[in-house]
Design a protein around this ligand. Structure first.
Ligand SMILES: *Cc1c(COP(=O)(O)O)cnc(C)c1O
Length: 387
């Protein structure tokens, strides 16, 4: 029997990390002491009060059955309360909030609800891969909006051709940004909302890093902008904020019709989130924000050690105001893949080549601050010897 992958699967962007993954596995199998800045996953454990909450909830038979597609009312209420406290935005718990099995799931499924074959998505580049993948799975076309350093890694909306705009349905925005660490101000969100209204676009805002910010900076929500609710849906995640990446829980909120469309797709695909996990999601949102503050302090300290250290080596590195990523220019004439391969070979360091996030990421590598301070210092020492 000969099976062929579907055209959709075949048209996904190529996976560019194969070589690096192979080299990393080889290095590990040889027992080399690898310092891995490649992982966008908190290294610290989920806080104990959340684990205790799971133990309790898992023992309750009421949580053993199919969950409601629209999520538990108590979780939607907790999300609404958190949103009001954090952004001063009031959400309707019945129609404007949808819990998700992690925000990636919702982001990837969303285009199925609103894109027809041939429609366009406007996607930043470099970017989190599901923006492109979700569009392609829905039969849509990806139009790339390059994020350039000279524009502070914000998309230049004027550069989008009129014929693409006519067929465009969705614009993706992600600030604080993975992988560049860039942030956006209110004026940017206002521009995007006005642009979306003018061109009849849905604004999909990915706010996975809303709580991971430094030096007192506080990221804002798209929904704080007047009129955003007419065009926007925002995706949030427990993953990074509460060290819960493996738990798979997050939510979407915003425009009723957009929330309803995603809910309808999901009700045909999954059957809700394990209720015990939803209980934990409430525990996390309702808890004292002290834990999140501690995490911010931890990442900020690591950021300072890494960026100051790189600059002492003569690199031109910048301190991100948010996210746990440091996005730096390749320090040679090599491509980002060659540079990353060289760092692995010569210094046993793993960094992510920028081109893996899209063509506009070429010329950069991403360091994730998911490595303890002492190991960052050790990595800087190795870089000093190599470069
Ligand atoms: C980590 C991350 C997410 C979160 O994904 P989950 O599925 O909620 O774990 C979403 N968007 C971006 C840009 C991310 O980096």
């Amino acid at each position: 029997m000969e099976f062929e992958f579907s055209k959709r699967l075949q048209s996904l962007p190529p996976y560019l990390f194969l070589e690096i993954d192979k080299a990393k596995r080889k290095a590990r199998s040889e027992g080399r002491d690898i310092i891995d800045f490649g992982i966008g996953d908190p290294d610290q454990p989920t806080p104990k009060y959340i684990i205790d909450s799971l133990n309790k909830a898992a023992n309750d038979p009421a949580n053993h059955r199919y969950a409601l597609d629209q999520g538990m009312p108590v979780l939607r209420q907790s999300i609404a309360k958190w949103y009001k406290n954090r952004f001063n935005v009031v959400l309707d718990t019945e129609t404007e909030i949808l819990p998700l099995i992690g925000s990636k799931e919702g982001i990837a499924h969303f285009p199925l609800a609103f894109l027809n074959p041939g429609d366009y998505s406007l996607v930043p580049d470099p970017c989190y891969p599901p923006y492109k993948g979700g569009t392609i799975f829905a039969g849509g076309n990806v139009h790339i909006m390059p994020l350039l350093e000279q524009n502070d890694f914000l998309p230049d909306l004027k550069m989008i051709p009129a014929d693409v705009l006519k067929k465009a349905k969705v614009i993706y925005i992600n600030y604080p940004n993975n992988p560049t660490g860039a942030v956006a101000d209110k004026a940017f969100y206002e521009r995007v909302v006005a642009f979306a209204k003018k061109h009849n676009l849905i604004v999909l805002s990915d706010l996975a890093y809303s709580e991971m910010s430094y030096d007192g900076y506080k990221p804002m929500s798209l929904l704080e902008v007047e009129g955003a609710r007419d065009v926007g849906i925002e995706f949030h995640s427990h993953s990074k904020t509460f060290n819960m990446t493996g738990w798979r829980v997050g939510w979407a909120c915003g425009n009723k019709k957009l929330v309803a469309g995603l809910a309808k797709v999901k009700s045909n695909i999954d059957s809700g989130i394990f209720s015990a996990i939803q209980v934990c999601a409430v525990t996390a949102l309702d808890a004292d924000p002290k834990f999140v503050q501690q995490m911010r302090g931890l990442y900020q300290e690591r950021r300072d050690v890494l960026v100051d250290g790189l600059n002492n080596l003569g690199w031109d590195a910048h301190k991100p105001k948010a996210t746990f990523y440091v996005w730096v220019k390749v320090q040679s004439k090599q491509s980002s893949i060659e540079f990353a391969a060289m760092l692995l070979e010569k210094a046993n360091l793993v960094v992510t080549p920028g081109v893996g996030f899209g063509a506009s990421g070429e010329g950069y590598v991403r360091f994730a601050l998911t490595v303890p301070k002492e190991r960052i210092t050790e990595a800087l020492e190795r870089l000093r010897k190599v470069l």
